[in-house]
Design a protein around this ligand. Structure first.
Ligand code: UDP
Length: 436
């Protein structure tokens, strides 16, 4: 006989599952809560209209390609009003044309309903917030909007939607505020190349004119902190051929210093894209770094995920100075296109610089702990934490003894330096930056 508590548990679970899957909850929960929110927002919308704002209507594609009116509050120049601008978007929610969470509502020609993936996306109502919007807010919108939306529709549950909604509220506070980015962003003396992830991959595979290898460095909060103790490292970082902004810390610093960072171009997210592109071009990769065995597990992961990509060679990262000529010979012999070096900062960047002229590759990337992630030795933070820009909290949780100094102390010192720079910067410079 089934024990009573278990029976109760199963019945409760069944009810909950049925409720979660019910059409009623799907449609009505959004409409009711949207109605309550619209009632609360109505005085602010009226006030904004009385003060000169006007409602702008745009026709968008809804569920199954049905058209609906999307609304926002704009000023006389047609720009969305800050904060209040999005409130009228609650109206289509009350009308049942949109939901709180869903794929982003597309313009009339933005979805081709003959295409299977577009049909999948339009099988659910568009959302006021979407996974793509959320990822854009926190600089991690890689992989394209269509793929992100298809993935959302395939894994859509009320629990996931609630998670996205809560994360969107948090991300709204520190999310992206601009669509215009400078080519470079200066953060505490290091100039970041303000590229997207895709642009970075293209750049990495483009040979330099003079034929020598390109040095690629990922710059995160810890790297910048290290440059204050190590001027040689600062020089290596600042003179690397490609300097990519890694992590939410750089975004916050960029915002405070008036140099917004476009995307979180970190090595761990860039790696699969680089592998895919190398596989497509029939080119190869050499991996050096991490403990013995780790690098072989990464090679095994590559063979499984990108079967046509050639791993031209591997080598663990614990070798002596006397073994170095042999290591260089192994790399030369491999004829790899790209070299990944994972010795940890600053050793890896300095090692690449010392050997740059001798490295027969198109690009050499310093990738820190990347091999530990892809070998499966250290699990990566769940997607929802990454979407909040809080991957570092997971690293802290995994290795508190090693990481507390880097993250708790390091982040605080970094933020203090950024604020100091902001306050002590010459005035006319600050004005110029605000104008951007
Ligand atoms: N490592 C190495 N040789 C060394 C010291 C470290 O190959 O002499 C490896 C280490 O095993 C680890 C990586 O370098 O896989 C450094 O990881 P960490 O997370 O510290 O790097 P970060 O991303 O912080 O630069």
């Amino acid at each position: 006989m089934t024990p009573l508590p278990c029976l109760f548990h199963n019945t409760r679970r069944k009810h909950l599952t049925r409720l979660m899957q019910s059409k009623w909850l799907d449609n009505s929960a959004s409409r009711w809560t949207g109605g309550i929110a619209l009632l609360a927002a109505a005085p602010m919308i009226c006030l904004a209209v009385l003060m000169g704002g006007r409602l702008e209507r745009t026709i968008k594609l809804g569920r199954y390609g049905r058209r609906f009116e999307s609304l926002r509050l704009v000023n006389s120049a047609g720009e969305a009003l800050p904060i209040l601008g999005g409130l009228p978007a609650l109206i289509p929610i009350v009308r049942g044309q949109m939901m709180w969470v869903g794929p982003e509502a597309r313009g009339l020609k933005a979805l081709d309903l003959q295409d299977e993936r577009s049909r999948q996306i339009s099988s659910v109502p568009p959302g006021l917030v979407s996974t793509w919007w959320l990822r854009n807010q926190t600089n991690v919108a890689f992989g394209g909007q269509i793929a992100t939306d298809v993935d959302y529709v395939a894994t859509r549950t009320i629990r996931n939607d609630l998670g996205i909604l809560i994360r969107s509220c948090l991300a709204w506070f520190y999310g992206q505020r601009t669509e215009r980015f400078e080519k470079e962003a200066a953060i505490l003396g290091i100039t970041i190349h303000n590229t997207t992830m895709d642009e970075a991959v293209t750049e990495i595979l483009k040979p330099l004119h003079h034929g020598r290898a390109r040095q690629v460095s990922f710059v995160n909060v810890d790297c910048i902190n290290l440059t204050f103790k190590d001027p040689d490292y600062r020089h290596v970082l600042q003179t690397s051929d490609l300097r990519l902004g890694d992590g939410i810390g750089l975004r916050i610093a960029g915002r405070l210093l008036g140099s917004e960072v476009q995307q979180n171009v970190n090595g761990t997210d860039l790696f699969p894209k680089l592998c895919a592109e190398l596989e497509l071009r029939g080119e190869s990769l050499f991996l050096i770094g991490a403990r013995p065995g780790v690098v072989d597990d990464v090679a095994a992961w590559i063979h499984k995920s990108y079967p046509k990509l050639l791993v031209a060679g591997t080598r663990h990262g614990y070798f002596s100075g006397t073994e170095e000529p042999q290591v260089m010979e192994q790399i030369r012999h491999s004829q790899a296109t790209v070299l990944l070096v994972a010795f940890g900062a600053p050793r890896q960047e300095k090692w690449i610089r010392r050997n740059l002229e001798k490295l027969p590759v198109v690009s050499a990337l310093a990738v820190g702990g990347l091999f530990d992630f892809y070998s499966g030795r250290i699990p990566r933070a769940p997607q929802w934490l990454r979407e909040l820009g809080l991957e570092w909290t997971y690293r802290l949780y995994q290795e508190p003894k090693r990481m507390w100094r880097r993250y708790l102390l390091g982040n605080t010192v970094f933020l203090a330096r950024v604020l100091w720079e902001r306050w002590t910067r010459p005035r006319n410079n600050a004005k110029e930056i605000r104008a951007i």
